[in-house]
Design a protein around this ligand. Structure first.
Ligand code: SAH
Length: 320
């Protein structure tokens, strides 16, 4: 059954032909398998697709496919809504409805693979747990989903191509580090000092920047692994040269790289997006100390980009 569900991606118990028909009928009368139901699909001019997927209890969650030459990235959710109140993120405005089960996390990947006929081993697929929710506040299910996704007898995706991102739940970072099968770790830094981070990410009042960096220092990286730090640039707030120098200094002793994300705007978000020149100036300062990249926004026009997931049902927004 495991092979049928995860490797062959069968979605109906009756189709598991390796089981005797009487057993299939018996199982079918008591249990069901299957994928989340398509409840909305939005296509961006850049090829990105955002899916609104229906769960068994009628709630919906979002999954995003970002195709690129020779490489596709699927961004999946770990919770319906999010309990972390980051001031620049639209998902935060929803609050938390509930955590997803491991099946619902894996189901998002299977849904997209099936819809686009993507095959492990043939298509280069990356999975990022950077959709709705705070994955480390749903760690047991995130880990169970990772084991199924990374199992060569299951979905069969290399574990190095699975990344989990956290707002910085310090004790859970330590717990994650003790797991034998775990995704790569990305951390949403988003500020260059304690005070600024407390303003932008209230969660930091509980888990300080200092404790977060200590946990990062102690984190057991595998030989092929670096820590990724995401940094959302907010015009006039955390995007100055001084901020860039502080970021470089904070991360100097870590085996890390930085991904800069210029703010993706949205209704109810009061911050502004810095000009590209500012983003590049920031990047060149950080680059003197560690690798630093600018993340290209994907699916901005369909509410699919970082921080924009809020189950928007109108198809597109006007880009100015
Ligand atoms: N809760 C986890 C997983 C979500 S990842 C986490 O915080 O890491 C989503 C990423 O998008 C985070 O790095 C977050 O800081 C970033 N983000 C949130 N709102 C954004 C916005 N409006 N524009 C650009 N990036 C944003």
């Amino acid at each position: 059954m495991y092979d049928a569900v995860y490797r062959q991606k069968v979605t109906d118990l009756l189709q598991i032909t390796s089981l005797p028909i009487t057993l299939r009928n018996e199982l079918g009368s008591r249990h069901s398998i299957g994928l989340p139901a398509l409840s909305g699909e939005y296509r961006s001019v850049d090829g990105t697709r955002r899916y609104l997927l229906g769960l068994e209890d009628g709630r919906t969650v979002e999954t995003v496919l970002m195709p690129e030459d020779g490489r596709d990235t699927i961004c999946i959710s770990s919770q319906v809504g999010c309990p972390v109140n980051c001031q620049f993120c639209l998902t935060a405005l929803m609050g938390l409805e509930r955590s997803l089960t491991a099946g619902e996390i894996v189901g998002q990947v299977l849904f997209v693979m099936k819809a686009h006929e993507l095959t492990t081993g043939v298509d280069r697929l990356n999975i990022v747990m950077m959709g709705m929710g705070e994955p480390l506040l749903n760690l047991p299910n995130v880990l169970k989903a990772t084991r199924i996704l990374a199992d060569p007898d299951g979905v069969g995706l290399p574990v190095r191509r699975i990344t989990v991102s956290t707002a910085g739940i310090v004790p859970k970072i330590e717990e994650l580090g003790r797991e034998p099968i775990r995704p790569k770790l990305a951390i949403s830094l988003n500020a260059s000092n304690e005070e600024q981070r407390r303003e932008l990410m209230p969660i930091t009042r509980k888990y300080s920047l200092k404790d977060l960096l200590d946990a990062c220092k102690a984190y057991p990286l595998r030989s092929w692994e670096k820590l990724t730090f995401e940094y959302v640039l907010l015009k006039g707030v955390n995007d100055t040269d001084a901020d860039a120098r502080r970021v470089a200094k904070l991360l100097a002793n870590l085996n890390a790289k930085v991904n800069l994300i210029a703010l993706n705007p949205g209704p109810g978000i009061t911050f502004e997006t810095p000009e590209p020149e500012r983003v590049h100036a920031f990047q060149s300062i950080v680059r003197r100390s560690l690798p630093c990249f600018v993340r290209k926004p994907r699916g901005l026009d369909i509410f699919a980009a970082c921080g924009q997931l809020k189950r928007q049902e109108v198809p597109t927004i006007e880009l100015v």
